[in-house]
Design a protein around this ligand. Structure first.
Ligand SMILES: Cc1cc2nc3c(=O)[nH]c(=O)nc-3n(C[C@H](O)[C@H](O)[C@H](O)COP(=O)(O)OP(=O)(O)OC[C@H]3O[C@@H](n4cnc5c(N)ncnc54)[C@H](O)[C@@H]3O)c2cc1C
Length: 326
């Protein structure tokens, strides 16, 4: 903390409640929390934490995280590095275009900026909350596309402390997964839940290994009205099918050939509540915080959904979201 304060002044905060930093609006405190505004600050914060053997947790938009009620030990770095380099409009008119976005860039905002410039490729992302960094780790996607389709390469901070650009193939992308994600906490929690371990405490700091600094995306020049029309249509579909407010979703991955939401609904769990946590009555693969819900209540709902769906249909649902914290 002292080393961080020496560089960042009074910006690092102790015991910062993380509920305000996730889309589900719940979660305990970060032992220390710091928001970084650019890649240099991100590098400095990570380097200092590593020098002092402090565990790091990278927080993007908190759109895919269930943070435990006890919170996260160590340093939570909230990534707000959001510089975007577009080529000149002249270059953009000729053939494929490459842009570079820092990893804290908010994905739907970037999608809208690209649409305004007449660049097609990110229309699917307009309703996908979170940052470029989170999307690169999760292979975020929608409507038949995903970040793997757009990514040329990404710059990472390696565990050795070196900055390195890796091509898209390096990420070994699959459905909502990547090499980075498979080697993180998420897979551990899923394995524990699959063994029937019930409510798990997860150890924070899974992002200590590789950190996404920026991403190069390829896009195609297209009349802005066409790009906007596609985005408007995706927005319209999303508003009709997904709940507003404090939510997280998709909670579970779709099992091969089926939909997690369909299975949970068929198991009679749409609208099911534990305390202030609810399986959305609109879309059963989205969970809601009705106001003051706890992570323990959400974990209870996760367990109920998994057990009921497995008992009724013999399908083991695998978490798409990530459970983190003490
Ligand atoms: C209403 C709603 C709708 C959604 N719809 C979709 C959808 O259609 N498709 C879809 O794919 N997802 C969807 N999601 C999930 C979510 O938007 C994605 O998973 C998104 O990519 C998460 O990004 P984030 O920045 O919020 O990551 P976070 O949730 O903050 O973090 C996720 C993981 O990425 C790691 N991470 C984040 N940034 C970095 C970095 N720079 N370097 C290394 N690791 C990092 C974190 O440590 C964590 O392990 C939805 C979520 C909500 C709430």
């Amino acid at each position: 903390m002292t080393a961080l304060a020496a560089v960042f002044g009074d910006r690092p905060r102790r015991d910062e409640p993380l509920a305000g930093h996730t889309t589900l609006r719940l979660g305990g405190p970060a032992e220390v929390w710091l928001a970084v505004e650019n890649v240099d600050e991100l590098m400095t914060a990570v380097t200092l934490a590593r020098q002092h053997h402090v565990p790091i947790f990278m927080l993007g938009g908190g759109a895919n995280l269930l943070i435990s009620d006890a919170g996260i030990r160590g340093l939570v770095i909230e990534n707000r590095a959001n510089r975007v380099e577009f080529p000149s409009f002249e270059k953009e008119k000729r053939g494929e275009v490459k842009i570079i976005a820092e990893s804290g860039t908010v994905l739907p905002n970037l999608a809208r900026r690209c649409a305004k410039r007449g660049l097609s490729g990110l229309e699917w992302a307009v309703g996908v909350p979170g940052t470029i960094g989170g999307a690169v780790v999760n292979n975020a996607g929608a409507y038949g596309s995903d970040i793997a389709h757009n990514l040329s390469r990404a710059e990472l901070l390696a565990p050795t402390g070196k900055r390195v650009w890796q091509p898209v193939e390096w990420f070994e992308y699959g459905y909502r997964t990547s090499w980075l994600k498979r080697n993180s906490q998420q897979s551990t929690v899923n394995r524990q839940l699959s063994r029937g371990g019930g409510r798990q405490s997860a150890v924070s700091g899974q992002s200590e290994g590789w950190i996404v600094l920026q991403a190069e995306l390829h896009l195609t020049p297209t009349p802005a009205v066409e790009v906007k029309a596609r985005m408007d249509e995706f927005n319209r579909r999303r508003k009709a099918t997904q709940p507003p407010g404090a939510t997280i979703g998709s909670m579970f991955k779709n099992p091969p050939g089926d939909y997690a939401g369909r299975l949970i609904e068929a198991a009679g769990l749409k609208g099911c509540r534990i305390g202030q946590a609810q399986i959305s009555p609109l879309h059963a693969n989205f969970f809601q915080n009705l106001g003051g819900a706890t992570a323990t209540e959400v974990m209870g709902l996760i367990q109920t959904a998994r057990e009921t769906v497995e008992a009724r249909f013999g399908v083991k649902l695998e978490l798409e979201i990530e459970v983190v914290g003490e």
